[in-house]
Design a binder for this molecule. Structure first.
Ligand SMILES: NC(=O)c1ccc[n+]([C@@H]2O[C@H](COP(=O)([O-])OP(=O)(O)OC[C@H]3O[C@@H](n4cnc5c(N)ncnc54)[C@H](O)[C@@H]3O)[C@@H](O)[C@H]2O)c1
Ligand SMILES: [Fe+2]
Length: 402
């Protein structure tokens, strides 16, 4: 049975790999500060903007420069600032109501992945007024053009400013799922590292580890291209070189800039080459317990990489080499093990635990079911695993000592 399922997964992934060159990937137009948005809105003939953000972003004063730019250009706007970390269907519907009642024709998301994903899903709802968010989950369900969508990331992080994904949580079903469609790629992205200065150390570390997970999972998967391998390698090097500097000194501009670039590159890489079981498990925990996405990835990644074993030695050795963790003298196995040890050390040095509290044994089968459904057949993981094998990871990462 597993043999038939595996064969189906690999055929499915091969079909997507072959189709890759003809799929309509694009990248947003990059802008370097919110002050430049006036010209963009003029060019797009925008009359009314919905800003999608969260309370933390507003309280840190990050929305003010954007509001100033809109006021200066005399563009009407409204702010929706109720987005939750792991944004919910309810957030999307509330923001959509504000969008409609203000006759908006443009969405500007300012914040981390949560605000950006919420805005993307609002855009999808505008394009498909009769479909629920849940009906648009999965791949290629959104085909119509979205209203002008501008992403302003304030974490370095998710890469949502360039990806085709929007990850939304159905709080009632405690299920987190992805909408993955090309029109969800933002039209513009403002990459301004100074917007990440206020990100506190514990979020700098975990959101940065999310970006590392994107790069690693994209690189070790079986659907890479020359371009996605290059971008993933660049992201891994930038993250190993800069994450601790950004963690220790939030205003280190060079480190912040390099982390933003790394998150963007990793976003391009995984948009085309996908993620893997680390993300599938992290999403199931986010849906069930609201576990912050970056934290979940950071904790899970070493366990999954160790379980992949031999199938990833050569690729992890390469990642370790570009990051200066191992060299040609090391065997593939030794290099891969050094790379995993370096990920663990990075976590430890930035105060990220190696296990998670609050996982309940009785929840594990359903979470593993969700993780399996998300990953198989879509993610071209180096080694396919059964639902039972995925269940083991929850036992490995659960901290039941308290
Ligand atoms: N669309 C994608 O491609 C993609 C990829 C990976 C993850 N995600 C999703 O993105 C979400 C996580 O996003 P995230 O990790 O960026 O965090 P987030 O958007 O959930 O934000 C976390 C917290 O950080 C605060 N914050 C953000 N920027 C700040 C800043 N500059 N200064 C001070 N506080 C700041 C926010 O107010 C919030 O309280 C998850 O739902 C995850 O599933 C999406
Ligand atoms: Fe992620």
């Amino acid at each position: 049975m597993f043999f038939i399922k595996s064969a189906f997964c690999r055929v499915f992934q091969t079909a997507f790999r072959i189709a890759l060159p003809i799929l309509p990937y694009r990248e947003p137009e990059i802008i370097s500060s919110c002050a430049e948005l006036g010209d963009v809105l003029k060019k797009e003939n925008v009359k009314s903007v919905l800003i999608v953000t969260d309370k933390g972003i507003v309280n840190n004063g990050l929305v003010s420069p954007l509001e100033e730019a809109l006021k200066k250009s005399k563009v009407h706007y409204k702010v929706y600032d109720q987005t939750m970390p792991n944004p919910t269907v309810k957030n999307v519907e509330q923001a959509l109501a504000v969008y409609k009642s203000n006759n908006c024709d443009c969405l500007i998301a300012i914040g981390g992945g949560s605000s950006m994903d919420c805005a993307k899903a609002v855009g999808a709802r505008v394009a498909y007024p009769r479909k629920t968010v849940g009906q648009m989950k999965g791949i290629l369900r959104v085909l119509r053009k979205l209203p002008t969508l501008i992403a302003v990331p304030t974490t370095a992080g998710t890469g949502s400013e360039v990806t085709l994904a929007s990850i939304i949580t159905d709080s009632e079903k405690q299920h987190k799922y992805a909408l993955m469609s090309f029109p969800l790629i933002p039209h513009y992205a403002v990459l301004d590292a100074s917007l990440t200065y206020t990100l506190p150390p514990h979020l700098t570390s975990t959101t940065g580890m999310d970006a590392l997970t994107h790069a690693v999972e994209a690189y070790i998967g079986r659907s890479t291209t020359k371009e996605t391998r290059r971008l993933a390698l660049m992201a891994v090097k930038l993250i190993f070189d800069n994450i601790e500097a950004a963690y220790k000194d939030g205003t280190n501009h060079k480190a912040r800039e390099n982390m933003l670039r790394a998150a963007y590159n990793a976003g391009v890489a995984f948009s085309k080459s996908y993620v893997g079981y680390v993300h599938a498990i992290a999403h199931s925990l986010g849906g069930k317990y609201g576990t912050p996405h970056g934290l979940a990835n950071a904790v899970i990644m070493p366990y999954v990489l160790e379980t992949y074993g031999e199938s990833v030695y050569k690729k992890l050795h390469k990642l370790g080499s570009v990051a200066g963790i191992c060299d040609e003298k090391d065997s593939y196995e030794a290099g891969a093990k050094k790379f995993i040890a370096a990920v663990k050390k990075l976590n430890k040095d930035m105060g990220i635990p190696d296990k998670l509290n609050g996982i309940k044994k009785e929840d594990i089968p359903l979470m593993a079911k969700h993780a399996e459904k998300e990953a198989n057949p879509l993610y071209p993981v180096p080694k396919l695993m059964t639902r039972k094998e995925l269940e083991n990871f929850y036992y490995m990462i659960a901290d039941w000592s308290k």
